[in-house]
Design a protein around this ligand. Sequence first.
Ligand SMILES: Cc1cc2nc3c(=O)[nH]c(=O)nc-3n(C[C@H](O)[C@H](O)[C@H](O)COP(=O)(O)OP(=O)(O)OC[C@H]3O[C@@H](n4cnc5c(N)ncnc54)[C@H](O)[C@@H]3O)c2cc1C
Length: 409
Amino acid sequence: MTTDIETVEEFRVRARNWLKATLLPAPPTIAPADTEEAWQHARRLQRVLHDGGFAGICFPTEYGGLGLTTDHQAAFTEESLPYEMPLLLNVPTLAICAASLLDLGTEEQKRTHLPAVLRGDEILVQFLSEPRGGSDLAGLTSRADRDGDRWILNGSKIWSSGAYAADYGLCLARTDWTVPKHQGLTLFLVPVHAEGVTVQRIKQVTGSTEFCQEFFDDVVLPADAVVGAVDGGWAAASRLLFHERAALGGTSPYTSGARPHLGGEADQLLRLAKATGQDGDSRVREDIGEARAMNIVRDQLIAHVTRAIATGTLPPAAGAIPRLFSAENAWLQTDTALRIAGPHGATHTPGDGADTETVGLDYLFRAAWSLAGGSTEMARNVISERVLGMPREAAADRDVPFDQVPHGR
Ligand SMILES: Cc1cc2nc3c(=O)[nH]c(=O)nc-3n(C[C@H](O)[C@H](O)[C@H](O)COP(=O)(O)OP(=O)(O)OC[C@H]3O[C@@H](n4cnc5c(N)ncnc54)[C@H](O)[C@@H]3O)c2cc1C
């Protein structure tokens, strides 16, 4: 039915005109995610996109999207870069949670939640990591026990970005303790503000309070809160993690607007060099050249791997390659920016035209880029085992019923 689809160029021109007439210019810095107001503003912007007919470009029409191609999405993203967009809703709501629901949800879940997300009415987050560690996700100990046709959820999740402002969390919990760890998990859609859920905010070294920890005390979930199959949570989580790697690696087809901010970009470095009188310094010029080259490589790598996964030349796990590269590159960009900014990175002067405040905060936050979405060490494991076919890492708990595995309880 491609004959009915607006061509990418027609779509691009229509989008360009609409964006110019409707949206304000992008603010110089991305709004911090730790105020209710920022999330409300993002919801309103998403509603504007929706009402203008530009929300959910790659989501199917039956769930409120436009049912268009990734090329339409890429064209809209390019056109939208100069404008203020609801970027807070990109990750995890659209790129990870809504994308996972699209793949795994029942018809009713998809018809209920996806249009609501695309209208800006629902924010979705991930409840995966636990205080005992996030890398060994299958070893989690939050539990959901059957009680007739409902479930009772107990346990705790942590590092949930933006949970305080969200409506639902995709929560992985253990539903069978008598089988090996990957086989006894189930994914649930948990209302964040249900009775028995306590959300506490965590203050980071940057001062941000976006991260949350949740405590679940006898939270009652209906049978239709299950996403995917009961005890099939590992397959569901693997799909979710695939979308997470795509989001972090910049290959998700479900978001509009700028990619997540991953440290300084070359023009910021240039501004910094000029503002600190170092633009003639050959060492600084070399550093900026290297940072620029790395960004070009990152963009090419993302494009290459996206194509290769789409055509089946590489397996979906190859999303770990741009994810790893993006994290390494984010470190390089933030370190370069701090080296150029020197003491200004710590003693910034507001409005100095060189974003020195961002430089200092980016540096403090940089470890997050090698942890968020699964650590870079785990990305290396994925690449070696599932892309290159190397032997699997040894694990003492493989094939052992989980209730026989010592797990610190
Ligand atoms: C910005 C940001 C946003 C996040 N958002 C969310 C969210 O919304 N929801 C959510 O559930 N979680 C979220 N997380 C948590 C994230 O998923 C975890 O930080 C990550 O999975 C690592 O888990 P951990 O921090 O518990 O480290 P651990 O699992 O305790 O690991 C500690 C260190 O040991 C290394 N390590 C562990 N196992 C191995 C192994 N087998 N081989 C080699 N090295 C290993 C790790 O790489 C890491 O360096 C977020 C994290 C960040 C930084």
